[in-house]
Design a protein around this ligand. Sequence first.
Ligand code: GAP
Length: 595
Amino acid sequence: MEKIVSLCKRRGFVFQSSEIYGGINGFWDYGPLGAELKRNVKELWWQSMTRLREDVVGLEATIIMAPEIWRASGHVDTFADLMRECPLTKKRVRTDQVEPRSGMAYRFTGAEVAGAEGRVEKPFAVLVEKGGHPESARKKAREFFLESLPAAQGDLARVTLLGEQTVAVENSIDFHPDSSVELGPSRPFNLMLQTWVGPIQSDENVAYLRPETAQAIFAQFKNVLETSRQKLPFGIGQIGKAFRNEVTPRNFTFRSREFEQMELEFFIKPDEVVEAIAGSVNTQPVEGHPGEPQADWGWQRWHQYWVEERVRFYEGIGLSRSTLGFHHQTPEELAHYARATTDILYKFPFSKADATGAVKGDELEGIAARSDFDLSQHERFSGKPMGVFDEELRTGWTKLAPEKQADLSKRYYEARLRYLTKAGLPTEKAEKEAREDADGLAKGQYIPHVIEPSAGVDRLILALIANAYSEVTDTDAKGKSETRVVMRFHPRVAPIKVGVFPLLKNKPELVAKAREVQQLLKSEFNCFYDESGAIGRRYARQDEAGTPFCVTVDFDTLGEKPELLDTVTLRHRDDSRQERIAIRDLVGWLRERVR
Ligand code: GAP
């Protein structure tokens, strides 16, 4: 990771935000190469998820939305991490991220100011690891108690510690990783960043910076449905910024406080509706990709389809299956409304090995089957209907045998009742509403279910950078070796697609021709023109930027060998192979490889 972080800064992929002021934790800027890489990734996602599909449309919503959205989604009440605070430094850590430590705990019951009126009684403990000095624990304790002892007048020497005891501790997760002070109790800490909208900073004007892009899609579901001429199943995709006040941002850009998401909400018919229309519902899992979508697919098939589609996407930009991992959330990990969630992981350099030594990876994207929870919540909170009318269901329903109608209606009723009861409705009201919902099937009405593939742009950029990073050692004729970095990006995501060089910069004919080639390519491919330094150095600079191809204009291009007139040397980054290609063929040749 250290090498990657240093390369990112050195070559302008990623910089620390506000670096000249010492930086701001959890915020990162993308430099010239990083900005291109990010743009390419987002373009490819948008292209494959919306434009190349007939069943997905796009949305670009605001970052700040009505705060009711976050109450309906559950973020105001439950989007929290459990945190523990160091009573001395006030620094917080996530309860689940405290590493076990062993040593001697120095415990104190309080402190007083000798000879003056001042005494405080509260427990305080500091861990001293092997080789550590007990005096450091006592100093921290004095600092802690000093605040509550005005009689000490800010002088540590006047604080006398009380009730010192030492206790051996083994693998304890109760001490702060930096201060070693015993942590306070776990408390929930909401991760949403807040602001105020309007001129008055009052509670009524509090608004949130969105912690995910998904909710805007649910809130705009009906508008999109009505204006896009889509019918279920169909999806709405969105790329945009999200903000979370992560307590411990870490692993470079992996866990940031400002980041970007690429999210799709793919709306499907509930299984009861599929069965009513198609006669049966296909719930069987298959090996690998389940193929083209079919009318009888239930939610499991759709979930599997999207997991496999997303893996194909990653493979298509250079992350092979062997670099990825999968985590199928256990029933204990699943949100109460979710039916299944599969996380696609990438094996980052910081990913930990399990007890067997296998590296599973860390999350790039989660694909969740979220039932009809989100639309139902917005229906309840906004009072606006979120259901759809489905002509196929209305006509299909009339053709069903009465027993089948009763069976499907009962199953739909039970599912709705489960949701409404969980949502806190009194039993009678919940039963009445669930009955109305079930009766809606006969009229062709229901609330769509959703499959949500939700990916992080920044994590993907980090994965692509880690995946591309390689070192090669060149040895010159005199036996001198030099190790340099080659970023082996897939040409589709590479920030610069082609470097264009004149062999020599002091030959105007070569420079003019190279500029002509650059002109020819630059409207379609991100080009980098470079005429300074030896040609080998220029190749090396492009290798480090991850440029997959370089073309060099030389004397043969100008016709020194007549048969090579208007051809250039094309050099491949990954194996340094060189070939000759006609300038007129360049655009087509590159297009085939970078698209
Ligand atoms: N709408 C569902 C949702 O937001 P999530 O698992 O919380 O689900 C989805 O986030 C993706 O967003 C993650 O898989 C990850 O790639 C990215 N992400 C989440 N928190 C992040 C953070 N603090 N920094 C960078 N990326 C993050």
